[in-house]
Design a protein around this ligand. Structure first.
Ligand code: THG
Length: 387
């Protein structure tokens, strides 16, 4: 394996229709995208010629435009919509108002994590589930069919764009009006745009201020790609005075913030307690949901491992495409770093890691084994990382 990691051969991904392009992909290519990944069967840009570190500093100072169309929406509407959505998460939605976004753990019958989406309540009988990388549309349909629920489930023609960074508010106000400044974190509102109504939320997969525009394509007005390019161009032009750059979720920024990535930092083999998500469903046992029994059992028995931060020494660690093993001081394997990178702010390598309980205490000394064959001294830390 090690020889493969260090191989000089640059592998290419073969594009096909199954790897869906977005209405912004053409613009992203024109901006000089260098790397893509695939999320929800759709392209997600990963870099634009500059280093992750340069992108990070830019994101910390200015504003970036991100094609996050792969944050697909699962639209659930109809008389049983709220019942179905509530079945899919241990987080209570009882007090959720229209216009709110909720971060919701989603679990299966074993209390294994199957997604960690952002839920938007558009109306009492209409929700969007803004998903991480797993096929929630099929899961929702399966539950609805099995329980004979009166709902309509579909993937609407919505392609989110994120505007992230400290200059995001000024840029958004210059396009959508001053009212947008009043939008609070994890709230959304409808704004007029080229004669259409568009949902804009104050949110985003970064440690910075920012917005997510859930651009909906109204076919009666525009061709999908034509509209995508128009939107991109308008934001781009207005962004010039704020030193806008093309961007994408930034690994340094994400790890510093402790933002989890489904499929990387946790999978269906992890429960929400291991992922530190119990704060989202602390005292909420009233409603019924899939996995409730299993989750209760886990709560009683406790968990064996938890997601923690680790700061570790040495030069910039290599990419963490295969998790780095973590050892105790007496050489026992105690976990793995699942996302790791050098933080120029903390001047240390930092990683998100799943670690055995008895080694989870902040300050615990550990050893991280990176694929450049180095054993690096490390310290367990709380999340988010603090300078
Ligand atoms: N935005 C939208 N959809 C998404 C993501 C997003 N879907 C996929 C993925 N990202 C889902 N995962 C997350 C993880 C963390 C957050 C959002 C989505 C997040 N968390 C905040 C935090 O941890 O500080 C606040 C959560 C809260 O307390 O409510 O923002 O980015 N549309």
């Amino acid at each position: 394996m090690a020889s493969l990691i260090h191989s000089k051969i640059k592998t290419k991904l073969n594009m096909s229709r199954r790897i869906r392009r977005t209405p912004y992909t053409k613009r992203v290519e024109e901006c000089g995208v260098t790397d893509f990944t695939v999320v929800n069967h759709m392209l997600l840009p990963k870099g634009f010629q500059k280093s992750v570190e340069d992108d990070y500093w830019h994101l910390n100072e200015y504003v970036q435009l991100w094609d996050v169309s792969c944050q697909r929406q699962v639209q659930i509407s109809g008389p049983d919509a709220s019942l179905l959505v509530q079945k899919m998460t241990p987080r209570s939605l009882k007090n959720m108002e229209t216009g709110k976004c909720f971060y919701i753990p989603m679990i299966d019958e074993n209390a294994g994590m199957i997604n960690d989406p952002v839920l938007l309540k558009l109306d009492d009988d209409m929700f969007w589930i803004s998903i991480a990388d797993s096929d929630i549309l099929l899961w929702a349909k399966g539950i609805a069919v099995g329980l004979n629920l009166n709902v309509n489930i579909k993937e609407p023609d919505v392609y989110p764009l994120a505007v992230q960074g400290p200059k995001a508010e000024d840029l958004m106000a210059s396009i959508f009006g001053e009212d947008i400044r009043k939008l609070k974190f994890f709230n959304f509102k409808v704004f007029d745009f080229l004669g259409t109504k568009q949902i804009i939320a104050r949110s985003g997969y970064s440690n910075q201020d920012g917005f997510e525009i859930y651009f909906k394509c109204f076919e009666e007005y525009f061709d999908k790609n034509e509209m995508g390019e128009k939107i991109w161009d308008i934001i781009w032009k207005a962004g010039k005075e704020f030193n806008i750059a093309p961007g994408c979720p930034n690994l340094i920024d994400r790890i510093e913030a402790g933002l989890l990535s489904y499929g990387n930092d946790f999978t269906k083999d992890n429960n929400p307690l291991e992922c530190n998500l119990e704060k989202y469903f602390k005292n909420e046992s009233e409603h019924d949901y899939i996995g409730k029994k299993a989750l209760k059992k886990i709560k009683i028995n406790g968990v064996q491992q938890r997601l923690k931060g680790i700061m570790f020494e040495g030069n910039n660690c290599p990419p963490c495409s295969i998790p780095f093993p973590v050892y105790s001081k007496n050489k026992k394997i105690i976990g793995k770093v699942t996302s790791g990178i050098y933080s120029p702010k903390l001047k240390k390598n930092i990683g998100l890691s799943m670690i055995l309980n008895e080694f989870c205490e902040t300050g615990t000394e550990v050893i991280v084994h990176t694929p450049d064959s180095k054993l690096r001294e490390g310290i367990v830390s709380s999340l988010p990382f603090k300078k």
